[in-house]
Design a protein around this ligand. Structure first.
Ligand code: SF4
Length: 655
């Protein structure tokens, strides 16, 4: 099928340039090139209705290819557990369901529903994602409608959590009430998410048989912005005033943050708005970044990770018009032939920043003002107890790799449910896969901490700093794109890295480690100080040179590192770092400054040091059966040998 390319010129009259006009095809787009087949699927979907609505009624275990693609817009990926595939039998299909909750906000009723349906319909676990959402796995097709109906009826939504449109909008998860810029960031994250939410009635038709769910009221400014304003929309002519028939060429990621707080990985987003207030803490406007994105493909040099550019400043009254202008620029000019090149970062790259900004300004109807100076960025994870600023408290609870489950001694799922149920408190998912429990009365602190302790949740002060700042994507067994392990292997890799650092006398050293099972980069490994990107089974590309506050892109240092060779590859790097770092310099900053060439030269001639007491002696130590069982469980959970588990536990204790 050959479409009129959405990558078209718009005829915009100088006197009327805020108006978005009908695309006019120019000769350069009159090619025989075929648009991606997904564009046709979107066109035929009747605004995200079909074939999902029809296939849902069929007595099958899975959706067709077209159904799978449209289902994504409803927040669900069709998957199968790759560990459970039996040759000659149908794949064990199930659905992943992801919520769309701007700023990571989860009211108590919704969390309890998620807990319930994860047991009733899912695989019994809940996963906190790297975009501040929760997702459920293992839902059978026949249960999908009931699951979604439960979520929607609990004031939740999955609409737009996946698919070619604006994904969950991020904001700093700290629920401060006395810091106005945080309150503003949360509010605008919700408003921008609402503005960019699909308007198709198909969502409620399919999952609630057309009944409209009770939803929170949109801010009137959002309703007005959707109808038009200076940057007009297709409100009069399309069911989707922002997206129109073809939605966006690819996923689109937005965040709102406050100066200095880079908990949201601001440079990895398609658009990031930074709240700017005056001396009286009144909102003035927003600094704007655009064109970030992580995903790439191995051996396709035309694909790459990119950090966002500072494109300017916008007054608060114009922020929705600017958001529309940027989204419309990507909608109308973004690549629709090759999905690998369809993220907005490639448009910015291809055009160059001046042309991109000029097009945005043409649609916006104004020049952007200069980007305002900001303080240095800091990565914040908000673990532990904090004052909320209104007499209440919040506590950040570490969730290893975002996995909320009951396994062995660790029962964070039971703990979170009991706390939410008993104290009726809301939650915010953090951008690095942990959760914050909000609005806690000070008199409840001890009881809540007791539940966390009882259920094996490591307090923030005892979480190994390597683990605290690490992230891993789900990868195997559920993600169809994974070429190797990520979430399941990172605990053992971090233990090995810690052991190596200890051996080299870098005992308390820490850095940001991120791992993904493929180059799509869901856990944003390209911003890490030590990034592992799945390359082949059991092998990773090694990326170095990101920085602790996630403002600089890492670079590929090693093409293929087999997991068995982890120590061999990393020891020379850490040794070189130890010998040559500047005072207080982080590992990522060091790798960036010292140059990869010098690191490679150093590595080539490096002689590994023998650990003190290396050549582990078989000393006999007695322990109770109970301790032995616990140690065995820990070793299994961490994916390490019992000797390593023992060494790690005793090492932590004795230093
Ligand atoms: Fe799957 Fe790749 Fe994303 Fe990991 S990074 S979850 S393997 S798509």
């Amino acid at each position: 099928m050959i479409l009129n390319s959405p990558r078209t010129q718009y005829s915009i009259s100088p006197t009327d340039f805020p108006m978005v006009q009908t695309p006019v095809q120019t000769p350069v787009q009159l090619t025989e090139k075929k648009v991606s087949k997904l564009e046709g699927i979107k066109e035929r979907s009747q605004f995200l209705r079909e074939p999902v609505a029809t296939e849902l009624k069929e007595d099958t275990t899975h959706f067709t290819e077209a159904g799978v693609q449209i289902l994504k817009f409803h927040g669900s990926y069709q998957q199968y557990n790759r560990d459970d595939v039996v040759r000659g039998q149908e794949k064990p299909y199930s659905m992943m369901l992801r919520l769309r909750n701007p700023g990571g906000y989860i009211p108590p009723e919704l969390y309890l529903t998620l807990d319930d349906i994860s047991n009733k319909y899912g695989n019994g676990t809940i996963r906190a994602t790297t975009r501040q959402a929760f997702q459920l796995h293992g839902i059978l097709k026949k249960n999908l409608k009931a699951t979604l109906a439960d979520i929607i009826n609990s004031m939740g939504s999955t609409l737009g959590a996946c698919g070619d449109l604006s994904r969950n909008v991020m904001a700093p998860p700290a629920p401060y009430k006395n810091k106005p810029e945080y309150v503003i960031a949360r509010k605008y994250a919700t408003n921008i998410a609402d503005l960019l939410t699909p308007q198709t009635p198909a969502y409620y038709e399919v999952w609630l048989d057309g009944e409209k769910a009770i939803t929170t009221e949109e801010d009137p400014s959002v309703v007005a912005a959707r109808k038009g304003g200076r940057v007009s929309t297709d409100f009069e002519t399309s069911i989707e005033p922002i997206y129109n028939t073809y939605y966006l060429p690819r996923k689109f990621k937005c965040a709102v943050t406050v100066p200095g707080d880079n908990s949201v990985d601001a440079y990895t987003q398609d658009i990031t708005f930074v709240v700017i207030t005056d001396d009286n803490n009144e909102l003035q406007g927003f600094n704007v970044m655009a064109g970030g994105g992580m995903g790439r493909t191995h051996n396709k040099s035309e694909t790459f990770a990119r950090v966002a550019d500072h494109i300017g400043y916008v007054d608060k009254d114009d922020v929705y018009d600017l958001a529309k202008a940027i989204v419309f620029t990507q909608r109308d000019y973004g690549e629709r032939y090759n999905r690998r090149l369809a993220r907005m970062k490639y448009l910015v790259h291809e055009w160059g920043l001046p042309k991109f900004i000029a097009e945005v300004e043409k649609r916006f109807g104004k020049k952007l003002e200069p980007y305002k100076a900001l303080p240095a960025w800091k990565f914040e994870d908000y673990l532990g107890w904090h004052e909320q600023g209104d007499g209440k408290l919040f506590v950040g609870v570490h969730v290893r790799n975002g996995r909320v489950h009951n396994q062995g001694k660790l029962r964070n799922k039971a703990a979170l449910k009991e706390i939410v149920e008993t104290f009726k408190i809301s939650m915010r998912v953090t951008p690095n896969q942990s959760v914050i429990l909000c609005d806690i009365n000070p008199e409840d602190k001890a009881a809540i901490q007791a539940i966390l302790d009882r259920d094996g949740i490591t307090p923030d002060s005892k979480v190994d700093s390597l683990e605290r700042y690490a992230m891993a994507c789900p990868a195997l067994p559920t993600c169809g794109l994974a070429v190797t392990e990520s979430e399941r292997i990172i605990p053992s890799m971090l233990l090995r890295i810690r052991k190596l650092l200890n051996k080299l006398g870098l005992k308390n050293e820490t850095f940001v480690t991120r791992m993904t099972g493929c180059p799509n980069g869901c856990a944003r490994p390209y911003m890490a100080e030590l990034g592992f990107v799945g390359q082949a089974p059991k092998s990773y590309q090694l990326w170095l040179g990101g920085c602790p506050n996630q403002t600089r892109l890492a670079r590929p240092y090693m093409e293929k590192l087999h997991e068995d060779n982890l120590e061999k590859a990393l020891e020379p790097l850490f040794a070189c770092f130890k010998q040559n770092r500047n005072e207080g310099e982080s590992f990522g900053d060091f790798c960036d400054r010292y140059t990869f060439e010098t690191l490679r030269t150093f590595s080539e001639t490096y002689e590994p040091v023998k650990a003190v007491g290396s050549g582990r002696r078989r000393n006999r130590v007695g322990m109770t059966d109970d301790l032995f069982t616990k140690l065995k469980a820990k070793a299994a959970a961490d994916g390490v040998s019992m000797a390593d588990a023992l060494e790690s536990v005793i090492g932590d204790r004795l230093g």
